[in-house]
Design a protein around this ligand. Structure first.
Ligand SMILES: C[S@@+](CC[C@H](N)C(=O)[O-])C[C@H]1O[C@@H](n2cnc3c(N)ncnc32)[C@H](O)[C@@H]1O
Length: 258
């Protein structure tokens, strides 16, 4: 877990066959590889990069991801030394990654970049730009690359969304979890329902064409009517994808102690 000493997580992945169809999936996984496992990319030129941006305003009651809680009021992070230092170390890790064939890398740039978290939308666009530039110099990033970002309601406005898009972010994964104020509160989210609707409006208004909503099923106090309502709202918002996760009760989380 990342506490005061932040270990940047960056993972460059070799190509693997893509599934031919997009379905509603249960894609929950918290097995992010460590940096040490990823300081060299063997046998193949990487086609994808996962960038972990670990900062959140607060820790959700179900979450055991490696994150750093900055405090509920933290929406401006440009002068936070924890964020600045992490980005610096992250870029060093990217630069230090050994690639077997540097020339081949220039010919086959990254096809996908995924900013996961944590809450990547808390990081200032200028710093996301620095990371992308470092990746471009080291691996190249394809003109047509899919650049995804996990974004949380209440951590971005239209201006920030547009700045991220100018940097190349063209896919958004919105962490909604539930469409009921009561459930958002009871799972410890740093935002309420109004911010969920605002975030959906921003993504649509800014013209992000490829975006998804995350929902969690089987939350404490979630009735089948609430679940149906959440699915209905998610579908009405017309994202290109909905990710449904079954609640995993993890040791050491607030839910794990209930
Ligand atoms: C890496 S997390 C995204 C973090 C993002 N800051 C957020 O909370 O919206 C990706 C998704 O995993 C799901 N998730 C995380 N922990 C979970 C758990 N213990 N059980 C089920 N789903 C979980 C949530 O839907 C979350 O949006």
């Amino acid at each position: 877990m990342l506490k005061s000493t932040l270990t940047p997580i960056f993972c460059a992945l070799a190509p693997k066959p893509k599934p031919s169809t997009r379905v509603i999936t249960n894609t929950f996984s918290n097995s992010t590889p460590t940096v040490r496992q990823n300081t060299s990319v063997k046998n193949s030129t990487p086609s994808s990069a996962y960038i972990h941006l670990p900062f959140c305003r607060k820790r959700c009651h179900y979450c055991d991801f490696p994150i750093v809680a900055l405090g509920s009021a933290s929406t401006q992070t440009h002068d936070d030394p924890r964020v600045i230092n992490y980005i610096q170390w992250l870029c060093r890790e990217i630069n230090a990654t050994k690639i077997e064939d540097e020339l081949d890398s220039a010919k086959t740039p990254l096809q996908t970049v995924f900013f996961g978290g944590g809450t990547p939308s808390l990081v200032p666009p200028s710093m996301v730009g620095t990371v992308l530039e470092t990746l471009r110099i080291k691996f190249g990033v394809s003109e047509s690359a899919e650049i995804s970002m996990e974004m949380d309601p209440g951590t971005f406005d239209c201006k920030k969304m547009e700045e991220m898009m100018l940097l190349g972010v063209n896919r958004v994964s919105l962490g909604v979890q539930a469409f009921q104020e009561k459930l958002l509160k009871s799972c410890g989210r740093a935002h309420g329902l109004d911010e969920v609707h605002e975030a959906i409006d921003i993504v649509k208004k800014c013209g992000v064409e490829n975006w998804s909503i995350d929902l969690i099923a089987s939350l404490p106090h979630q009735t089948s009517e609430m679940w149906e309502e959440s699915l209905r709202h998610a579908i009405e918002a017309q994202p290109t994808h909905v990710s449904v996760y079954d609640l995993q009760i993890e040791q050491g989380t607030k839910f794990g102690r209930l």
